[in-house]
Design a protein around this ligand. Structure first.
Ligand SMILES: [Zn+2]
Length: 364
């Protein structure tokens, strides 16, 4: 039987919630061009004529679904600022007249992507949505994120679908998904594993000593990595993830996929190429086939370079399709070979393993 890969998007993601700034400030990187550049590249490659690709659309949801993850205050605030046509929240969220409806649509996109995998409408899915979600918390927008797309999709499964099975999340965005971590910090049935760039000098959220609490202890796993991590060392975290996910035995794996660890990204400081995303996808796909019947949903988080982003998305899709993929000329850069973080990353892996041994038999 042919494999079915669901790719979810909507034209509005390519057109709405447009940063109201004339120059590329930090805010302005989260722009409709992110999705339009991906879609024009995928169309150039004629990907939607591939018989294994199924187009999916966001689920239509109302405010009651947002309320599963967010306070009425937060929802009203976004709605009111949108109605007024503009606004700034904190240091890094801009609001335009269509921000509320687009952020709601992004939640509907994440819901459809996970639901279509659970219902076996498709084997795997990839939601190309924005704004991203992994920093947003119950009462607040944060770090370019308005609503928490992944947390909301899990709470939807729990509350509306009465789906009580275990879910594992792997977050490979360049930044720590503090929002998702908070939602499930004490939840024994949601395992959150994040690999992210970390400031080892100043300190930051997302250190490996943050292990969860109560019944969720040992189920919040942070794998912090240094700046300038390259393709060579990136996948080292999979050596811990694989045995733990296998022991946890989830029914579904959700991947919060950001591409801001790419070397060309304006916000992240790592040095990956699309090869890492291709290899990662292959490994997590094989793992999902071993432990949860291949039920795997990718939800787009960050990734802001308009040349790298489409290439990386294509790398993930080719890997899901089990097709060959070769590095583009743009990425074939020998400069990165001089960076070697193996020693640092091996130390982090061993320290983390020591801490986690108490909670996971597979690490003994
Ligand atoms: Zn990010």
């Amino acid at each position: 039987m042919k494999k079915k890969i669901g790719i979810l998007t909507d034209d509005d993601f390519s057109n709405q919630h447009q940063p109201p700034y004339p120059r590329p400030t930090f805010f302005a990187y989260e722009s409709p061009l992110r999705i339009s550049s991906i879609m024009s590249y995928l169309n150039t490659l004629d990907i939607f004529n591939n018989e294994c690709i199924i187009k999916l659309s966001p689920k239509l949801i109302d405010e009651s679904i947002l309320k599963l993850a967010h306070s009425q205050y937060h929802i009203d605030l976004i709605k009111r600022l949108s109605e007024s046509g503009h606004g700034i929240l904190g240091e890094d969220i801009f609001i335009t007249q269509d921000s509320y409806s687009l952020a709601k649509k992004a939640v509907g996109g994440a819901i459809e992507a996970v639901e279509s995998v659970i219902d076996r409408k498709v084997d795997q899915s990839f939601a190309l949505i924005r704004p991203p979600g992994h920093h947003a918390v119950k009462d607040n927008a944060s770090g370019l994120c308005i609503f928490n797309n992944i947390a909301n999709s899990i709470l939807y499964l729990r509350e509306k679908k009465k789906y009580k099975k275990k879910i594992a999340i792997i977050d490979i965005d360049d930044h720590f998904g503090d929002g998702i971590a908070r939602y499930f910090y004490d939840d024994p049935d949601v395992l959150y594993f994040s690999i992210h760039e970390f400031d080892f000098l100043e300190g930051d959220l997302g250190y490996y000593t943050e292990l969860g609490e109560g019944d969720g202890l040992g189920k919040n796993i942070n794998f912090p990595i240094p700046v300038n991590t390259t393709d060579k060392d990136f996948l080292e975290f999979m050596k811990i993830l694989k045995p733990i996910f296998t022991e946890f035995n989830p029914d579904l794996i959700i991947c919060a996929i950001g591409f801001d660890m790419h070397f060309a990204d304006q916000i992240g400081n790592c040095l990956l190429t699309s090869k890492s995303y291709y290899r990662f996808t292959r490994q997590i796909l094989e793992l999902s086939e071993e432990i949860c019947d291949g039920k795997l949903a990718f939800i787009l988080e960050g990734g802001y370079n308009l040349i790298a982003l489409p290439i990386c998305v294509n790398a993930v899709i080719r890997s899901l399709l089990n097709e060959e993929f070769s590095l583009s000329k743009f990425e074939d850069n020998k400069y990165f070979l001089k960076f070697d973080n193996k020693r640092k990353i091996t130390k982090i892996k061993n320290d983390l393993k020591d801490l986690l041994k108490k909670y996971w038999d597979c690490l003994e």
